[in-house]
Write a protein that binds this ligand. Structure first.
Ligand SMILES: Nc1ncnc2c1ncn2[C@@H]1O[C@H](COP(=O)(O)OP(=O)(O)OP(=O)(O)O)[C@@H](O)[C@H]1O
Ligand SMILES: [Mg+2]
Length: 386
């Protein structure tokens, strides 16, 4: 399908390891549905960029466009200095000319072949000598922790081992970019957490630019140098894990990344710039709190206050609040002891809040306590819809 559009195509990418990727104005409609809606981003060379977002937000479609497996309706994609897709210029390099490695959720290895035949396949199709292939297969298998597995039947390996074979096959030809689509989601939780570390180590070692698609925010935060949070085919926010978590730019991001308490509020007193702003809680008109506005908000404006469970503290003693602290009376509704933390639900007037406290706290249902919430930790965003 793409071959007939394949004009101006370069013979092959003069790819070096760690090429940058740039995606500009990508659009893809399935019938009337916009899976990608003017998507633009770039991926820094040698870094891991995660495309993160809920199911159906367009992550796989974006990745398939980069791979050349999907033809966008509009937009341009560059890998290194090579335009691999350009709808306006009529350029569409086929997938095997893009110098990419790919690792998908289903391991997509050939079970009837040995591990070595699987891993060496990309070199074989490039016409490399048998002895070269053998040497490089052994080297690459060691890199992914499967040294000595070359002659084993691939279909007899465990899920985690099969995914390592897929990974070895993706990196053996030293592509300039690797595309990962939920590569760890078929693995059990423990193995998945371990594979995150291994992937990261491997990526640092080989330095190949990586685009990593996942809907798991913890995975994205753990592994990526930069996160791109997507929603409905568009970018909501991009940044490193810390800034996305601590400084969500929209209600969607605050809600999607981690756990947030959200309180509807109305601005009582705004600051001159984005900064400490006093709001009244919509469900509790007699409670005002000082919060940190992410944008300029004016008096009377409706907004949402977001605060993370781990930013909240409880104390039994009444203390005088510092200038930028909120001390609020709450009642404990429920507690869950989880070993490394206690999750607590409290009632604040007509609202409920979740807290994550250190496990040494002893709390009982019905305890009346003082909740401490620093204004800095309570982020105000525009809008009141949820
Ligand atoms: N070939 C297709 N035909 C019709 N609709 C499609 C096709 N491929 C994707 N879509 C639709 O486009 C949207 C984006 O799909 P995509 O697979 O990119 O989502 P995703 O973010 O990868 O989701 P998930 O996390 O579930 O894998 C979805 O609504 C999906 O149903
Ligand atoms: Mg997908």
């Amino acid at each position: 399908m793409y071959m007939d559009k394949c004009i101006n195509a370069h013979d092959t990418l003069i790819g070096s390891r760690g090429a940058p990727v740039s995606v500009a104005g990508l659009r893809k409609n399935f019938k009337k549905f916009a899976a990608l809606d003017d998507l633009s981003f770039d991926v820094k060379p040698g870094k891991i960029t995660a495309l993160l977002g809920p199911s159906g937000c367009g992550k796989t479609t974006a990745l398939r466009c980069i791979a050349g497996l999907e033809v966008p309706d509009d937009g341009e994609i560059k890998i290194g200095n090579t335009v691999v897709t350009s709808i306006s210029k009529g350029t569409l390099l086929p997938p095997n000319k893009r110098n990419l490695g790919m690792v998908f959720q289903s391991y997509a290895i050939w079970p009837h072949m040995t591990v070595g035949q699987n891993v060496g396949y990309p070199l074989k199709v490039r016409g490399r000598k048998g002895s070269d292939i053998e040497r490089q297969v052994e080297e690459t298998l060691s890199l992914v922790g499967l040294g000595g597995y070359s002659t084993r039947p691939a279909g007899k390996l465990s899920g985690g081992q099969q995914q390592r074979v897929a990974l070895a096959r993706a990196i053996i030809a030293r592509p300039s970019v690797i595309l990962f689509d939920e590569p760890l989601s078929n693995l059990d939780a423990k193995l998945r957490a371990r594979m995150r570390f291994e992937l990261l180590r491997l990526q640092r070692e080989v330095g190949i630019t990586s685009v990593f698609v996942t809907h798991d925010q913890a995975e994205a935060m753990a592994i990526a140098d930069e996160l791109i949070v997507m929603n409905r085919g568009r970018i909501e926010q991009r940044g490193d894990a810390r800034s996305i978590y601590m400084e969500p730019a929209s209600e969607f991001v605050a809600d999607f990344i981690g756990v947030s308490n959200a309180l509807e509020a109305i601005v009582v007193q705004s600051s001159s710039e984005a900064g400490i702003t006093t709001v009244r809680l919509s469900d509790n008109p007699d409670i005002t709190i000082k919060s940190r506005a992410r944008c300029k908000l004016i008096e009377g404006q409706r907004c949402q206050a977001f605060v993370r469970p781990e930013s909240l503290r409880l104390s039994s003693a009444q203390t005088t609040p510092a200038y930028d602290d909120n001390i609020l009376e709450v009642t404990v509704l429920a507690t869950q002891y989880l070993g490394n933390t206690i999750e607590v639900e409290v009632r604040l007037g007509n609202s409920e809040l979740r807290l994550a406290l250190e496990p040494h706290h002893h709390l009982a249902q019905g305890d009346r306590l003082h909740l401490r919430m620093a204004a800095h930790d309570c982020i105000l965003l525009e809008g009141a819809s949820r």
